[in-house]
Design a protein around this ligand. Structure first.
Ligand code: AMP
Length: 133
């Protein structure tokens, strides 16, 4: 069965889309640790990130770097941090978190409540910035 992220990539489940290229896709995390918390996902469905073939792994890293730049340009933050957890959704992904406090980088920290309208506004801004990178 396709993972929830494969369904998002296929457009079967809605998301706040941030970026896409031939191999990867990015969208806002629905339970964000910070405004702009983004997931970067390879289109190829593999559960564990370190089981990706080298080519896909490097494509995901390069794609995540571009998405991080777009986040840096649009979301006020100290830095964009990156995390790999992967225990909830069995489809490899990198969390990018534009944090204002270091505690926002802990996956066990409280999640933010952000209204749909604001999530869409954030996604649209980052999407535009990504296109210009
Ligand atoms: P983990 O697998 O532990 O790295 O966490 C998976 C992340 O995916 C969590 O932060 C969830 O909030 C996020 N997530 C799960 N379902 C969705 C969805 N439909 N849209 C956006 N983010 C999601």
């Amino acid at each position: 069965m396709a993972s929830i992220f494969s369904k998002i990539i296929a457009g079967e489940i809605p998301c706040y889309k941030i970026a896409e290229d031939e191999h990867c896709f990015a969208f806002l995390d629905i339970n964000p640790l910070a405004k702009g918390h983004t997931l970067c996902v390879p289109k190829k469905e593999v559960d564990y990130i370190f089981d990706l073939d080298d080519g896909t792994f490097l494509q995901l890293q390069a794609f995540s770097k571009k998405v991080a730049k777009a986040l840096d340009e649009t979301i006020p933050c100290i830095r964009v941090g990156s995390l790999v957890i992967g225990t909830e959704v069995p489809h490899a992904h990198i969390h990018l978190i534009p944090f204002q406090r270091e505690t926002q980088m802990a996956i066990t920290s409280a999640k933010m409540k952000i209204e749909a309208e604001e999530m869409k506004a954030i996604a649209d801004k980052v999407y535009q910035a990504f296109k210009n990178i």
